[in-house]
Design a protein around this ligand. Structure first.
Ligand code: PLP
Length: 480
């Protein structure tokens, strides 16, 4: 394909994507395919000779589309949202076109510098304490990671490094292996599995902290566990708080947990993967109170801030904790100005060396929506969730299972888990809307998340009508 054909095909692809997104609501949101469906539809080996673009595109319709779960559909209410907007899509196209890799400042100065400034802009939008911002007198700064899982892992690894150093300084005889074997991390029993996984990857013990009646971790509970563990010779070093848990969007009490962690020399990381976007609205910002005690904070603009995947924003209060933990300097990555103190090398801030120019997506979205546009978007989703909650509450056959704070409603039919499992199975089987479940206090619960950029009141009402009709049929069968 030469530039002339790329121009033509590129314009066609933009039309293809715009048509797809404009008409997405008419598609079945959840695909009707069996595992392994794809292999038999394409050859068993890559083609020896080039094929035509037309043939490739035809196969997108034939092979790919039947197996797509339409995450951008207004009928998609599963998991949490995966953000998408036209400005971000265009920025992504530009990112692909530039094709630069920004691992050091020199590898692509604009790539590095825009990232630093965008993370400051975003940090200001969230009213993060100045300590976390790069362009201030503080020692902090922000970085774009691929996912919240990576951010949690990086925070845990940096905390591990800091703890080992600290213990070693007071007890130089102690081996690193011995110290690591005694390190203990903590997180909520409601935390995302990626936190436990970070513990497994980081090779440290991790304990789940019980939550209160609101599914929140309280300082009192953590304090007891820390005391027990210290008495048993362990070294508490890391606590991952969650603001907006995956099952029910619950909030750990960081205003009380933060001071405890600070007093115990425990690194507090905050995972606000989904809820973080809402903190740009003054009315939701109090949910972030206590962030001043944290060592690191992360949320996913790729979930709820109209920035297409991947873009996970992470800030640290003391950037040397992160950068210093895993610093290597091979000759081929050296350049003039490296030690000037004026440059950032993001390769030290994460696991991969190579990194895409993801800050372009933030820049385009911030400028084309403005803070007011982004706030309006968040507020609309929260309002739609409230509408859904009100409809659930009006139907005495159902119950709400957790407080609705943002765009997630946890609900169930009053009755057995089996009944609710049967309801969800039927919803999934019909594929008109898509929901996933969770367990709350051992009970099977349905989650209704407002996800789509184009989700309107009518979609939420239609979803509820669909759910209630299926429920009526199910209850009739159940009682007959
Ligand atoms: N943390 C929380 C609270 C989440 O809800 C999720 C995903 O929904 C994650 C972490 C994982 O996010 P990622 O896919 O960015 O790793």
């Amino acid at each position: 394909m030469d530039a002339a054909e790329f121009r033509r095909r590129g314009k066609e692809m933009v039309d293809f994507v715009a048509d797809y997104l404009e008409n997405i609501e008419h598609r079945r949101v959840y695909p009707d395919v069996e595992p392994g469906y794809l292999r038999s539809m394409i050859p068993s080996e890559a083609p020896l000779e080039p094929e035509s673009y037309e043939d490739v595109l035809k196969d997108v319709d034939r092979v790919i589309m039947p197996g797509i779960t339409h995450w951008q559909s207004p009928h998609f209410h599963a998991y949490f949202p995966s953000a998408s907007s036209y400005p971000a899509l265009l920025a992504d196209m530009l990112c692909g076109g530039l094709g630069c890799i920004g691992f050091t400042w020199a590898a692509s100065p604009a790539c590095t510098e825009l990232e630093t400034v965008m993370l400051d802009w975003l940090g200001q939008m969230l009213q993060l304490p100045e300590d976390f911002l790069a362009g201030t007198k503080g020692q902090g700064g922000g970085v774009i990671q691929g996912t919240a899982s990576e951010a949690t892992l990086m925070a845990l690894l940096a905390a591990r490094c800091k703890a080992v150093k600290c213990v070693h300084e007071s007890d130089p005889q102690r081996s690193e292996a011995d110290i690591i074997s005694k390190l203990i991390a903590y997180t909520s029993e409601e935390a995302h599995s990626s936190v436990e996984r970070a513990g497994l990857i980081g090779g440290v013990g991790i304990r789940m902290v019980a939550t209160d009646e609101h599914f929140s971790v309280r300082a009192e509970t953590l304090e007891k566990m820390v005391a027990e563990d210290k008495a048993a010779g362990f070294i508490p070093f890391f606590f991952c708080a969650t603001l907006g848990t995956t099952p029910s969007c619950a909030f750990d009490k960081i205003t009380e947990l933060g001071p405890l962690c600070n007093a115990e020399n425990i690194w507090m990381h905050i995972d606000a993967a989904y809820a973080g976007s809402s903190f740009i609205c003054p009315e939701f910002r109090p949910l972030l109170d206590g962030v001043e005690f944290a060592d690191s904070f992360n949320f996913n603009p790729h979930k709820w801030l109209l920035v297409n995947f991947d873009c996970s924003a992470m800030w640290v209060k003391k950037r040397t904790d992160l950068i210093g933990a895993f610093k290597l300097d091979p000759v081929y990555l050296k350049y003039d100005n490296q030690e000037s103190g004026l440059v950032t090398d993001y390769r030290h801030w994460g696991i991969p060396l190579g990194r895409r120019f993801r800050s372009l997506k933030l820049w385009f979205v911030f400028r084309m929506y403005g803070q007011s546009g982004l706030q309006a978007y968040i507020r609309k989703h929260v309002e739609l969730a409230k509408v859904f909650e009100t409809m659930v509450k009006k139907d005495k056959r159902f119950e709400i299972c957790a407080e609705v704070v943002l765009g997630l409603v946890c609900f169930r039919l009053k009755g057995s888990d089996e009944l609710n499992e049967a309801l969800l199975k039927e919803i999934t089987h019909l594929g008109r809307i898509h929901l996933v479940p969770c367990k709350l206090r051992g009970r099977f619960v349905l989650r209704f998340a407002v996800c789509g950029r184009t989700t309107e009141l009518r979609h939420v009402q239609e979803a509820w009508t669909h759910i209630t009709e299926l429920s009526s049929e199910l209850l009739l069968k159940h009682h007959s």
